[in-house]
Structure formats: C-alpha cells, structure tokens
Design a binder for this molecule. Structure first.
Ligand code: GLA
Length: 724
C-alpha cells in the first residue's frame, strides 16, 4: 500500500517494497535523504552528520554548505559545485537558481502531464512540492508518485515563470538522485543500427559519465536509462537502482562520483543546444522519470521496470491481451510487389496459422526504392490497382487481419508533398539540406504539419480497414530549424517536435482505439518508455539474425518486457549477417518477443512450412506466459557464447526456458543452467523430457541442457508444476 508520511520535516514516500525520503532544511532548501528498500522510520541526524551539518539541526547555505548536501532538485552556482538539474538565465543574464520550498500538497490523484506521456493509475500516493526562487520569481513544482505494486517512484518537474521578466531555461532535468556513497558500477545500454542496446558496465569514477542522444530521437546509439549496481552485485543479488526517462527525444543520463565520495545521477532532456523561452505566466513541463529499486540484483530492477510499464504505462487496450502473430512483407518482398504477390504471400501466411498480414514499405506514391514519395500517402495504382481497400479485403477474406506500414514524420524531396510545402521540413535557411536515407524530416512542432499527419494516417487506416499500423521513423535530425519559430525560440525545436509527435499519437490512438500500433525506427531507434505509452510493441532491431538478436533482446529486456519486443523469424542466409542458423533457433529467439515472421513462406520447403504451422501453434499457446510472465535473464551473451532466459507465470506453476549457444564445444559437458523465479517447494515436470525436478534443485543445481552440435543450437523447455 503506497503512502506519504509527513513528520519531522520529512516527506517519506513508501510502499511495501521501497522508501523515498526528502527533508525540508531550515530556510526551505530541499534535501534528499534516502531512496531504496523500504524503511520503517528515518532519523535525519545521519544525513546532517554525513553532510557536515551542525548537530543542532540548524542549517545555512553559507560556507558553500550546499556542496555537501544531498539535494532533490539542485542547480549550479550558489555553492554546490556539482552539476545541477536546473539552469535558468534571468533577465539580468545570470543563471543561478535558489529554490526554497513554499508548499507541499498530498494529492488525491496523480495528475497527468501536460502534453507528455506518463505513468498513470489510481493505486498510488502522489505528492506535489512547490519551490520558488525569490530572485526571478521562478516556481518549480516537483511532482511525485509511488504505486502500490511497483518498487518505483516516478517524478517530474513543472517550471512556471511567476516573475515579471522573460526567463530562458537552458537545462531542466527530470530527476536528480544524490546517493551517499560512490561504491557503484554504472550500467548503460548503447549500440547502433542492427546492434541496439548492448549492456555496458563499468566502475563509477569522478567526473560526469553516462549516455546521451542529440539525434532527435532516443536513438539507436543509447537508451534513456542508467542503472547503478554494487560492484559485487549480480543479475540475481545485490542493491540496484535504475533510472529511465519516459521520453523519446534528445536526452542525457549521467552520473558522477563527487569530491566527497558521494554520487549524483541525473536524467532528463539533453540540455546541449536546448533553450526554452519562458515568458511571465508560461510553464514548461519536464518528462517524467522513473526510479526503480531492487535488492535482488539487476534482474529485480528489470522486473520492477517491466511491472511499472505493464501496469501503469502501456495502452490499456493491449494489456494482458494476446497479440496477433504476424507476417511482415519487408524481407519477403522489399519494394518489389504487386497485389497478386502480396495476396499469395498472405495466403501462405494464413496456411501457417498466422493472424495478421502486414504490408511494409513500398505501397504509396512511386516508391520503388527508398529515394522518393514519403509524404505522398496515396496508393501506387501500378502495384495495387484495386487500392488499399481491395487488398485489405482480399487479405481479410483469407481469415487474416490486415496491417500497413507508414513513416508519417518524413518527407522525400522527391515527392508531391515537398513540391507543395517545401517549408514543412526541419531546415536552416541558407544552408544546404542534409538528407538521411534520401529523406528530410517534417517539422512536427507545426500545427499544420500535425493536422496533415493525423489526416494521412487516418485516411490510410480508413481506406485499408487496417487493424495494425507499423509507425516507422528512419533518420536522425540535422538542419535543426523551424520556419515558424523566431530566432530566440530555435533552441526549442527538438522538444517541440516531440510534443507535436505525442499530440499526433494521442489524437490517433483516441480516434482508432482498436488499431494496434507498432513502433519502429530503423529497428529499435526510438524504443523507449515515451513511445510505449502509445504503441504497446516496438520492432526491436532490423537485425533478425538469431544470434545477434540474442544480444539485442537481452539488452532490451533490461528495461522492457517481452510484450513490447517485436521479434520475428526471418529467412536464411540472414539478410543482415549472411549467417545460416537453424529454423528452430530462429523460432526460439523470436519467442522472446511478440513473435511473427519476416520472410516469404512460399520460398520454404513443405517440411519447413509444416514446421512453421507447429511453431505458430506453440507461440500462440505459450503467448500469455511469454509476454506477461515474470522475466528472468539466466545467462548473459555479453559474458560468454550462451544466452538463456525464462518466463514464469505469476502463480509460479508454469515456466518457459530458452537456451541458445553460438557454437558447439567439442569434448565438453552439456551446460547446466540454473533457473530462477520458481517455487522452491514445488516440483516441476519438463514437458519435453518428462523428467520431474524440485524447484529448489532447478534453482540450486540447475537443469542440464543438452544442446546439439553446430552453430546456434538451442532448446525450449516448458515446465509445469505437478501435484505429487
Ligand atoms: C526500416 C524498418 C524496416 C522496414 C524498412 C522499410 O528500416 O526498420 O523494418 O520497415 O524501414 O523501408
């Protein structure tokens, strides 16, 4: 049960798992006291002694006292020599901010965030602290919530110019977390196209370290997330704190060990080139950040995030609901198709038992390759003479749902749209436009562009009757300028873009509540908690090679549950790596996500097609366990050449284990994989071998996993508790 306790100047947010404690210091400075596993009570004397404060409880900011104080929402320039969370340039040109607590309100319900995705739910306790800087009149509302069922606190800041003169906000992070020691290792997720979210772990040292994006999207290169784990901590043991930003644009996530051996972690919108004009009376809402605490290792943190997103962020319509098993046309046909070809692929998909056929890129304008037509969302009658309606109807007549691909935020210079509206893209007048994948980016901050995007997507959905839309976004920002903003507001363009995108998504998901939206960005280039508020699943990576995918999905699972991870079986030799892996291993790996196919089933042998029928049946039967069970990573592909994971049902009566090995080892013993998450007192039958083992022995000794020879051998075992 979540609650907020106010006593002795403390604000103590608490549920059954965790506590988060702040203190109002004399004079109104807001100190951060504790964040971690649940505490019954907190005595602030510890904090005061640690921060060098007088034992009598008095406090003054004199003598640079702020530099040692753990702070809740700090700024630089008044004695705290660490990086601050807030920088605001006042009319006099100075940038220091001195926030003092004015009011504290315990709220009945958690307020929604203006224009931004955020967690929601009634089963929470919410707190608003309002602070003020007397010099400028700036007010900062810090909003907090703690849910009954998650080891997490979410928080955001809302800045209001309560003064008489304009202010310029050049940094407004969502979260600062001051920790009393620096004995941590930093974990981040980084990568690139076709290698998203590799796990990096390193010792914390003095100086800022972390990850960030200025790409205009959360990016392929880094995820808006960081975790701190104790050096001895493992996947299943030790204290971990994770921070994630519910935002899809430029971000920064940093941590530094301080000169006094403490640590400060921060996450928020990237402040590089960010400058937001705040006129008197105007407000700026930061994205929400989530903090998750675990004393059961990194896996415990991941399950905390999974639960937070599943119970309080993902679209309700799709929660705990089966997802259609789909076949996507991209790797089957690329741009080269016509109606008959698509219908025959769909017919083969229907025969396998698939539920949804998705037509990917290439159906509009004159899009025979990626050089033209983005923005011209009219069907290409050369390929589809009967229009989207007839194709959709023919696919549905096969017993399948119909889905479609769009890249709504983009504009090809070679398009009717560009000829009509050359000023609709991000552009710096007088500079050469830089294309990426031959395309420019629509200025989503503009109201007319937003209307155009809503209208094009709505028309496409209506004309095709599609029940699924793959929303792609395939290039990084450049030429960051907007034709509709004055010079002093050009530093607002990337964030205004995100606000525009979210406004569009909000309008569309409301207008089409039954359509399943899947996100995509050259694979997983904008796979973040912001987008997941609108799209319950995200294409994880353009790399569909089973072995590469083990790494990508393993890293992705740090933060996101299998129900969000788009994962498909593709053809061999793999189109990205050229590697040939066994069909059963491609299947085993795709079971780690929403599951589907990215191949031409007509090109398969009768035996393979028969195998696919069995796969679809298995994927469907195990779907609720795979997508919504508790997820445990067992063996890391970043530490050896094997990967193993399992999903366990909430009642711990069922589990699904997957093990994949890159290459066989001659003259070795079969691996023992220690399972997790089972009931130690229960006995489990392994369906595939018929053997029965105690949950305790499976977790303590492990399960012998005889993998075959060759490249990419795998096994998938189903475990069920038995009465004995
Ligand atoms: C991106 C996506 C792919 C596919 C292509 C189409 O690369 O990640 O899945 O949709 O675009 O052009």
């Amino acid at each position: 049960m979540a609650e907020i306790i106010r006593e002795d100047g403390l604000f103590h947010l608490r549920n059954d798992a965790i506590s988060y404690v702040m203190r109002e210091m004399p004079g109104g400075v807001l100190a951060h006291l504790y964040a971690g596993p649940r505490l019954a009570r907190v005595n602030a004397a510890n904090l005061l002694a640690h921060a060098g404060m007088p034992a009598d409880g008095t406090f003054s900011v004199q003598e640079m006292a702020l530099d040692k104080l753990p702070r809740e929402y700090p700024s630089f320039g008044l004695g705290d020599m660490r990086e601050g969370a807030l920088t605001v340039r006042a009319a006099d040109g100075t940038t220091a901010v001195d926030l003092r607590l004015e009011t504290a309100e315990i709220l009945e319900t958690k307020p929604a965030l203006e224009g931004l995705p955020a967690t929601f739910g009634d089963d929470c306790a919410a707190l608003r602290l309002t602070l003020k800087d007397a010099h400028t009149g700036l007010k900062v509302e810090l909003n907090y919530a703690i849910y009954d069922d998650c080891p997490a606190v979410v928080r955001s800041a809302r800045l209001v110019n309560g003064g008489e003169a304009p202010l310029t906000v050049t940094r407004a992070f969502s979260l600062c977390l001051d920790l009393p020691d620096d004995d941590w290792q930093l974990i981040t997720l980084s990568g690139g196209w076709a290698r998203e979210r590799s796990v990096y772990r390193r010792a914390l040292v003095p100086g800022e370290q972390g990850v960030s994006s200025r790409n205009g999207a959360s990016s392929l290169q880094a995820s808006p997330f960081l975790a701190l784990a104790r050096p001895q901590g493992t996947e299943s043991a030790g204290e971990v704190v994770g921070a994630a930003l519910i935002y899809s644009g430029n971000f920064t996530a940093t941590v530094a060990a301080t000169q006094y051996g403490a640590a400060r972690a921060q996450i928020g919108i990237n402040d590089r080139d960010f400058a937001w004009q705040l006129l008197p009376g105007e407000a700026l809402q930061t994205p929400e950040a989530a903090l998750v605490f675990s004393d059961a290792g990194i896996g415990g943190m991941s399950r905390g995030f999974h639960r937070l997103w599943q119970n309080h962020l993902l679209p309700r319509r799709w929660m705990n609901r089966p997802r259609p098993i789909l076949l996507n046309s991209w790797e089957a046909a690329y741009f080269d198709f016509d109606e008959e070809k698509l219908v025959s692929i769909a017919a083969a998909a229907a025969e396998m038992g698939a539920e949804l056929f998705v037509m990917d890129d290439g159906w509009f304008g004159r899009r025979d390759d990626d050089t033209t037509s983005l923005g011209d969302w009219d069907v290409d009658a050369r390929k589809l003479p009967g229009g989207l309606g007839r194709l959709g109807d023919r696919v549905r007549a096969l017993g399948l749902q119909f889905g479609i691909w769009m890249e709504p935020e983009m504009i090809s210079p070679e398009s009717e749209l560009y000829r009509a509206h050359p000023d609709w893209c991000l552009r710096i007048p007088g500079r050469e436009d830089i294309t990426g994948r031959h395309q420019l980016i629509l200025d989503m901050g503009r109201a007319d562009v937003q209307d155009f995007v809503v209208e094009s997507v709505s028309r496409t959905l209506r004309d095709s009757g599609a029940s699924y839309l793959k929303w792609d976004m395939n290039r990084n920002f450049s030429n960051i300028g907007s034709a509709v903003l004055p010079p002093e507001r050009q530093g607002e363009v990337p964030h205004r873009y995100m606000l525009g995108l979210y406004a569009v998504m909000e309008r569309l998901v409301r207008a089409f509540p039954d359509v399943l939206f899947e996100g995509c960005s050259s694979g997983g280039g904008r796979f973040d908690a912001g987008l997941l508020y609108y799209v319950p699943q995200y294409w994880c990576s353009d790399d569909t090679d089973a072995l590469r995918r083990c790494r990508i999905q393993y890293g992705t699972s740090m933060l996101f549950p299998p129900s969000t991870i788009g994962a498909h079986v593709s053809a061999v030799p793999n189109h990205q790596t050229g590697v040939v892996t066994p069909l059963e291993t491609r299947f085993a790996v795709a079971l780690g996500g929403t599951f589907g196919y990215e191949l031409d089933p007509r090109a398969l042998s009768p035996e393979e097609r028969e195998a696919l029928r069995g796969q679809v049946a298995f994927a469907s039967e195990t779907q609720m366990l795979r997508l919504y069970g508790d997820f445990y990573r067992l063996v890391s592909p970043f530490e050896g050449d094997m990967t193993a994971w399992m999903s366990v049902s909430a009642d711990r009566a069922e589990a699904l284990l997957t093990v994949v090995r890159d290459l066989s080892h001659p003259n070795s013993m079969p691996p023992m994989v220690r399972l997790q998450g089972l009931d130690a007192a229960k006995r489990y039958r392994v369906r595939e071998t018929g053997e029965v083992y105690g949950g305790d022995e499976l977790m303590r000794i492990g399960l012998c996993c005889p993998l075959g020879n060759g490249i990419a051998a795998s096994l998938v075992y189903r475990l069920a508790a038995v009465e004995e």
